[in-house]
Structure formats: structure tokens, C-alpha cells
Design a protein around this ligand. Structure first.
Ligand code: BDR
Ligand code: CA
Length: 322
């Protein structure tokens, strides 16, 4: 959303839509700080093509048929698409809810082509937010290693710094689904903000929030309330009650300034892409813990460990406008 007199930042979203991806997309559409100029899909929660269809349907409900949506990588850099996460996000990625079809077609270009084109059109200004596996970004870097010089910053939902993983004892889903891509992306020369499970597990939507969405009387919010139903059920096992973690919307809010990191040291981060039990781990050098987490000279990745305010009220305020 752009407001008269305010210059919003051009932003490309790379996602695997996905229940919490849907919340991140909606948050960005409701945010005057962001001008969503394109969305690329990637296989993760669901295959890349269905993720793009979900994105088109959500954009149509939000009254934003102008935003281009491009299909990205179906398979990770090594291996094949694993079939997604139907027990978490539903067989269609949006909680098995049949959204009204947008009637729109995906863009004629791939997600990599869209990202590279936007990086030229908005050179130096483009913000990139990645909330799925990092396959598209790695392929874009391979196609054009000068990409980081044209990107203002990159915010990634992914990894676990001092927190357990969510798909293995040490690996978070977005990194685990394509560790080779994550390793290449985190080794490239751009300003990265990593938003790991350490902070994305801190806030949730409760049933009262879902009810408010269902009863919003607006075009998109009630559908988000429906889409959240299955995801709420999944969290009974992990969080002990029906509720929703807010992984992807937190990354979107940090990227656009709606939530501010209060502890986010710049440290070396490498991704374990070996075949052992550490595969998919984000190995963050946080040995400065007992010295107040000083930045490590030369490091380009800041790892968010704490934020200034809970996301939930801010997110709900924005979602209820759509
Ligand atoms: C991440 O994995 C996906 O299931 C979510 O959409 C989020 O991006 C959390 O680990
Ligand atoms: Ca996601």
C-alpha cells in the first residue's frame, strides 16, 4: 500500500505460499512503508506453481491484481521437491481452503527473471524479503553475481541460532529444504538480516485474533481467518494449544520497520550443507554472547535475537484493514 506523500520502498517477496506466507503477503499489502513490486514463488510448503496460484488468489482478494507473480524453482539445487508440508499448510498450501480463483495468469517470466529485472528497475532501492527456501535467490546469484550490488537489503525468515530446529534438532524448514541454496545466499556479499526461530516463535495469533479476522467484514481478512484453521490445529502439538506461529510476517515486519530488532549482532553465518545430522543448520558465530554480542568485523549477516515489541497487535491492526 502506498500513501500520498509517502515514498514507499520497492519490495520483492520470495515465498512458498503457505499459511504464514499469506499473512506476510497481506501484512506487506497493508503497509504504507512497502511498495510490493513483485512476488516470486518457490517450492517449500507447497510446490512453486500452486504457491503462485495461491498468491494470485490472495492478491485478487486484496484488490491488488497489478502485482506480478512469477513461478520459481520447483526443485531445490540438489535433489527433488519433497511434497511440501500438507499436515501443516494443507494439500493446497492455504489450509485446504478453496480461495476464490483470481482468474489471473502467472507472469511470463520466471521468478529469477522477475527478481533480476526488478533489481535493475529499482537499483539500489529494492528490498528483498525471502520467506521460503532460498532456491530462487541462489539461482539469481548464479545467473548474475552482481545482483547484491543492486539490492538495498535482504531479509530472510530462516534458521535457528540458539534455538532448536523445527524439522530436525538443528534445522529450520526454509534452510533444511535447500541447504545448498542457503549456503550460497549467505556467502554472497549483501546486507542480510536473518530472522530465525529464536524470534519467530515468540509471538502467536490466538483464537480471539482468528475470530476477529473471520468477523472483519472486509474482503481478505475473513479468508485469512479460514486459512488459519488448519495451521492452528498443527500448533497444538508444538505449542500446546490452537494458535499460530508468526514466522513469515515477523520477517516482513522487520524488513519494513514495523518491528525493530533490539539485539541483532552482525556475525559470520554458515549453513551446514553436508549429509550428516547437522544438515540445514545455520551455524551462527555467537561466541560474543558474554561480551554483549559485539559485531564481528567483516560480517554481513545480522542475526535477530530480540525485538522491541510483540508483533501480534501490530500485525492484527494491519490485517484487519484488508
Ligand atoms: C518457515 O517454514 C515454513 O513452513 C513457513 O512458511 C516459514 O517460512 C518456518 O520454519
Ligand atoms: Ca514460508
Amino acid at each position: 500500500m502506498t500513501l500520498p506523500g509517502l515514498s514507499a520502498t520497492p519490495l520483492y517477496l520470495d515465498c512458498d505460499t503457505g499459511v504464514d506466507d499469506s499473512l506476510a503477503l497481506a501484512y506487506l499489502l497493508a503497509s504504507p512503508e512497502a511498495d510490493l513490486v513483485g512476488v516470486g514463488s518457490v517450492s517449500g510448503n507447497i510446490d512453486a506453481r500452486q504457491g503462485a496460484v495461491n498468491t494470485l488468489d490472495l492478491l485478487a482478494l486484496a484488490g491488488r491484481p497489478d502485482v506480478p507473480v512469477a513461478v520459481g524453482a520447483h526443485d531445490p539445487l540438489a535433489g527433488s521437491y519433497d511434497g511440501g508440508a500438507p499436515s501443516v499448510h494443507g494439500r493446497n498450501g492455504v489450509g485446504d481452503v478453496a480461495l476464490p480463483p483470481s482468474g489471473r495468469e502467472v507472469a511470463g517470466e520466471s521468478a529469477v527473471e522477475l527478481l533480476l529485472r526488478l533489481s535493475h528497475e529499482h537499483s539500489g532501492a529494492l528490498r528483498v524479503v525471502a520467506v521460503g527456501p532460498l532456491t530462487n535467490l541462489a539461482l539469481a546469484l548464479r545467473a548474475d553475481p552482481t545482483l547484491p550490488a543492486r539490492v538495498r537489503d535482504l531479509t530472510i525468515m530462516g534458521g535457528a541460532a540458539l534455538h532448536p530446529g523445527n524439522v530436525t534438532p538443528v534445522a529450520e524448514a526454509n534452510i533444511a529444504k535447500d541447504p545448498e541454496a542457503a549456503a550460497e545466499v549467505l556467502a554472497a556479499d549483501w546486507d542480510v538480516t536473518l530472522v530465525p526461530l529464536d524470534v519467530t516463535m515468540a509471538d502467536v495469533l490466538e483464537e480471539s485474533d482468528r475470530k476477529a479476522l473471520l468477523e472483519a467484514g472486509t474482503a481478505l481478512a475473513p479468508w485469512l481467518g479460514e486459512v488459519l484453521d488448519l495451521y492452528f490445529g498443527f500448533h497444538v502439538d508444538t505449542l500446546g494449544r490452537r494458535c499460530s506461529a508468526l514466522h513469515d510476517p515477523l520477517a516482513a515486519a522487520i524488513a519494513t520497520g514495523g518491528v525493530t530488532p533490539t539485539l541483532a549482532p552482525r556475525v559470520p553465518v554458515v549453513v551446514d550443507a553436508t549429509a550428516g545430522p547437522g544438515r540445514g543448520q545455520t551455524v551462527c558465530d555467537l561466541r560474543g554472547r558474554y561480551a554483549g554480542y559485539p559485531d564481528v568485523p567483516g560480517a554481513r549477516t545480522r542475526v535477530v535475537l530480540a525485538t522491541d515489541a510483540p508483533l501480534t497487535p501490530h500485525l492484527m491492526e494491519r490485517l484487519l484493514t484488508l
